[in-house]
Ligand binder design. Structure first.
Ligand code: MRU
Length: 355
């Protein structure tokens, strides 16, 4: 894979500016936490696992501002920086899990000097980065078995290299299947209103020479009715203890359609996307974004300016509509509540859990 979504180098986080794709491949150099906050808010960096890494690097950027030697004051500052980054986007729990992980390491090492603590936190942020690279490839291994040979599969939004450090969750499964020599074609739903499917998924699948057909979101049903979809793979922004899954708006409609047409519907997500503090999807905070995203696209007006707009960025798919969830520890099948609990009891690190 040649796409490097986010990278840390000598105190600067370099990210691909995804708002410019596919027209231009440009980078943003985040030298302070405000630039990172803005990049997250504007979706220059997006996708749940990438947001976790961006949050961890954002903490490092925020720490650069602290010049004193008092570790107690430094810990206070770390908390302030984490709270600030937490106001950027509410739904992807990976962002909050990374912030919690950084804070936990800081408070565990509260007896060391500020300089030493900065070094420890840099190491921790880099471990979150490396962990993402590792788990995406693991999920790919497990998930590739779910892609039938000579099949046609569908995906929504972008759960690829651009949504992670460099490989992807749902698209990572496709990259691994291709590496294993499987033959398949992909239908990418364009994903209104910000077109992550058209702009990002189509772009990166074509870079990897995967046969890709772009469709408008409202064409999915007719393809399924014609028997042209063998499986659907989507990523996730937050998975509750019972398996209910928040992902990009439109994912829920695909899951309902998949059930009706007897198409398997798979979620691919790492531990860091699970929120075991909540019982069901009802408790997942759903981000509502600006009306202008629906009434405009890149400066072109697409609707009357004074029309009422409803613009939730995510929806929740009921666990009953999900065939299986692919994680780095294997494939979780129903009953989800019991099986999620079991898998986390064995290996569960990274997920948000009760204190
Ligand atoms: O608003 P976005 O572009 O951040 O939404 C991203 C998604 O919904 C992805 O499908 C999800 O984060 C999984 S990414 C591996």
């Amino acid at each position: 894979m040649s796409i490097q979504t986010i990278k840390w180098n000598k105190g600067v986080a370099k990210i691909i500016d995804q708002t410019k794709l596919p027209n231009k491949l440009e980078y943003i150099y985040c030298r302070d936490v405000e630039i990172m906050w803005d990049a997250i808010k504007r979706l220059c960096v997006r996708g749940a696992p990438a947001l976790g890494v961006a949050a961890a690097f954002g903490v490092l950027l925020g720490l650069k501002e602290f010049k004193g030697q008092d570790t107690k004051a430094f810990l206070k500052h770390i908390k302030k920086v984490c709270d600030y980054i937490g106001t950027s986007r509410p739904t992807a729990v990976n962002l909050f899990n990374a912030l919690e992980q950084m804070k936990a390491v800081a408070f565990k090492n509260q007896n060391v000097s500020v300089a030493k603590l900065k070094a420890i936190l840099e190491k921790e942020a880099l471990s979150i980065f490396e962990e993402d690279r590792r788990v995406c490839r693991r999920m790919g291994e497990f998930g590739a078995n779910l892609i039938p040979n000579n099949s046609q599969i569908m995906t929504v939004c972008n759960a690829g290299a651009l949504a992670t450090v460099d490989y992807g969750t749902a698209l990572g499964v496709m990259y691994k299947a291709k590496e294993k020599g499987k033959k398949f074609k992909v239908y990418a739903c364009e994903t209104r209103p910000l077109l992550q499917g058209a702009r990002l998924t189509a772009w990166e699948l074509l870079q990897e020479n995967i046969h890709t057909t772009l469709i408008c979101d409202n064409m999915a049903a007719s393809l399924m009715k014609k028997g042209k979809v063998d499986a659907i793979f989507a990523g996730a922004d937050r998975i509750a203890s019972n398996g209910d899954t928040a992902n990009k708006i439109g994912t829920y409609s695909l899951a309902v359609l998949a059930k009706h047409h007897h198409v398997p519907f798979y979620i691919v997500a790492p531990y860091s996307t699970f929120d075991l503090t909540i019982k069901s999807g009802k408790e997942i905070p759903i981000e509502e974004r600006s009306a202008s995203e629906v009434t405009n696209f890149r400066g072109v007006v697409t609707a009357p300016a004074n029309v009422n707009v409803y613009n939730p960025a995510f929806d929740v798919t009921d666990h009953k509509l999900i065939t299986a969830i692919v994680t780095e520890a294997g494939i979780i099948r129903p009953p989800f509540r019991q099986n999620i609990k079991r898998i986390f009891n064995h290996k569960g690190q990274g997920a948000r859990t009760k204190e």
